[in-house]
Design a protein around this ligand. Structure first.
Ligand SMILES: Nc1ncnc2c1ncn2[C@@H]1O[C@H](COP(=O)(O)OP(=O)(O)OP(=O)(O)O)[C@@H](O)[C@H]1O
Length: 216
């Protein structure tokens, strides 16, 4: 059985797992589709030893090689409620050639899909309960748990990022923040979340720009 399969099944002992490096034991075809040859070259180039410890869970930003290959432009939209943070981000999403909106609620995901479709931007809807596919759509509106971190987008939006602090759903916001593979990433939320988002993005080498909104 391939070593990758054993790893996935947790069949190797922890000391053995610790010694497993992609270069020496795993062929490219063994690996999860996320870790393709191009990504391996990236990993090797960024690890002095030329080895990557597949079982090292201490650097979550490195779990998303597709996103790490990009220098993302992250726009952090912060301001009071109803000040237009999401509105501004959605304007960018509408104008992009491909993109994804990630929100915390089915209702919000549906509202955004309807908004884009109405603006003649074909947009799929994917939540835990429903999947609506629109022919030719290059945009998707999803609940954050359904965010696809393997597809490349021009623009991505994460709404209500302060939910990163939620005990049960925060991990999905962190995953989207670190893993979405887009040239532009718009992150909307409460100003209180700025320090934690900044901290999370310190490791990613993205370019972060603040957009402060005010109630008009
Ligand atoms: N510049 C604008 N032009 C027209 N409508 C706007 C504008 N900015 C905001 N709105 C409208 O105001 C409402 C609130 O905007 P939005 O949802 O973007 O605010 P928000 O700051 O993201 O709020 P929250 O913190 O609750 O998420 C929406 O219905 C939105 O369409």
């Amino acid at each position: 059985m391939a070593v990758a399969a054993l790893l996935r099944r947790g069949a190797l002992s922890s000391s053995c797992r610790h010694d497993v490096y992609i270069r020496c034991l795993l062929s490219d075809s063994d690996l999860h589709p996320l870790v393709n040859s191009a990504n391996l070259r990236f990993w090797r180039g960024n690890h002095n030893s030329g080895k990557f410890d597949f079982t090292d869970m201490t650097h979550p930003h490195l779990w998303y090689p597709n996103a790490r290959e990009k220098k993302r432009n992250v726009f952090l939209h912060v301001g009071p409620t109803n000040s237009g943070k999401t509105h501004n981000a959605l304007k960018r999403l509408e104008a992009s050639s491909s993109g994804v909106y990630c929100g915390p609620l089915r209702l919000l995901a549906r509202e955004v899909a309807e908004r884009l479709n109405k603006a003649s931007v074909p947009c799929n809807l994917t939540t835990g309960q429903e999947r609506e596919e629109i022919e030719g759509a290059k945009h998707s509106s999803v609940t954050v748990e359904m965010a696809d971190v393997t597809t490349e987008y021009q623009c991505a939006v994460i709404d209500e990022i302060q939910m990163v602090g939620c005990r049960t759903r925060g991990c999905s916001f962190t995953r989207a923040l670190l893993g979405l593979c887009s040239d532009e990433l718009h992150v909307c939320g409460d100003p209180a979340v700025v320090p934690i988002v900044q901290r999370l993005l310190e490791a990613t080498d993205d370019v972060v720009t603040f957009k402060q909104t005010v109630i008009f």
